[in-house]
Design a protein around this ligand. Structure first.
Ligand SMILES: NC(=O)c1ccc[n+]([C@@H]2O[C@H](COP(=O)([O-])OP(=O)(O)OC[C@H]3O[C@@H](n4cnc5c(N)ncnc54)[C@H](OP(=O)(O)O)[C@@H]3O)[C@@H](O)[C@H]2O)c1
Length: 168
C-alpha cells in the first residue's frame, strides 16, 4: 500500500475541500502512477473531483459511512464502489486484489486511517507554505525515510519535487 499526496512544508494538503494549487505536471504524474490500479479515497475527495466522479481508468474505492454503500458506477471508463469501514477496505484488498498495488489517494481522514499500513509514500513536496490550509497529511518522518529525491520542478510559480519515502 502506497500513499500518494501533494504536501507543503507543514504537511498541508487542502483547503475548503480543494487541493492547494493546480499543478498539471503533477496531475500527469499522479495519473501515470495510478492508471490501471486501485485507488482508495474518502468521500470528500471524491466530491472534489470533476463532476464528483471517480477517476477514469482506475478502480476507485471510496470510503463513506452514508447510504450510498455498494453503489457501483461503471459507464465504461469510471468504475468503483463505496465501502463503509477501513476493515472492509482491508478485507477487499486481501481477498480480491491479492498483492496488486493499491494507492491511498486522500484526503486527510483516509491518509490517517491507512498511513500505518503503507510501505511507501510518493510525496510531491511544495516549497511554498499554505498557512490557511485546513487539511493535513499525518506526521510521517518518524516512520519513513527519503529514498529518492526528484528533480526540482517549477509550474505556475510553484516549485516542487516528487519524492519517494520508504518505511524505516
Ligand atoms: N494534496 C493532496 O494530495 C490531496 C489528496 C486528496 C485530497 N486532498 C484534499 O483533502 C481534503 C479532504 O480531506 P478530508 O479529510 O476532509 O476528507 P476525505 O478523507 O477525502 O473524506 C472524508 C470522508 O471519508 C469517509 N470516512 C472517513 N473515515 C471513515 C471511516 N472510518 N469509515 C467510513 N468512512 C469514513 C467519510 O465519508 P461520509 O461523510 O460520506 O461518511 C468522511 O466524511 C480536500 O481539501 C482535498 O482536496 C488533498
Amino acid at each position: 500500500m502506497i500513499a500518494i499526496a501533494v504536501i507543503d512544508p507543514n504537511r498541508a494538503i487542502g483547503k475548503g475541500g480543494e487541493l492547494l494549487c493546480r499543478l498539471p505536471g503533477d496531475l500527469a504524474h499522479f495519473k501515470k502512477t495510478t492508471l490501471g490500479k486501485t485507488v482508495i479515497m474518502g468521500r470528500k475527495t471524491l466530491d472534489s473531483l470533476p463532476g464528483g466522479k471517480p477517476l477514469p481508468g482506475r478502480n476507485s474505492i471510496v470510503l463513506s459511512r452514508k447510504a450510498r454503500l455498494g453503489r457501483f458506477y461503471d459507464d465504461g471508463s469510471f468504475s468503483g464502489f463505496f465501502l463503509s469501514s477501513p476493515e472492509e477496505v482491508l478485507s477487499y484488498i486481501e481477498n480480491e486484489l491479492r498483492g496488486e498495488e493499491v494507492y491511498i489517494a486522500g484526503g486527510e481522514q483516509i491518509y490517517r486511517l491507512f498511513l500505518d499500513r503503507c510501505e511507501a509514500l510518493i510525496l510531491t513536496e511544495l516549497e511554498q507554505t499554505f498557512p490557511d490550509a485546513d487539511a493535513y497529511f499525518p506526521e510521517f518522518r518518524d516512520q519513513f525515510t527519503l529514498v529518492e529525491e526528484g528533480p526540482l520542478q517549477e509550474e505556475n510559480d510553484y516549485r516542487y519535487r516528487i519524492n519517494l519515502y520508504r518505511r524505516v
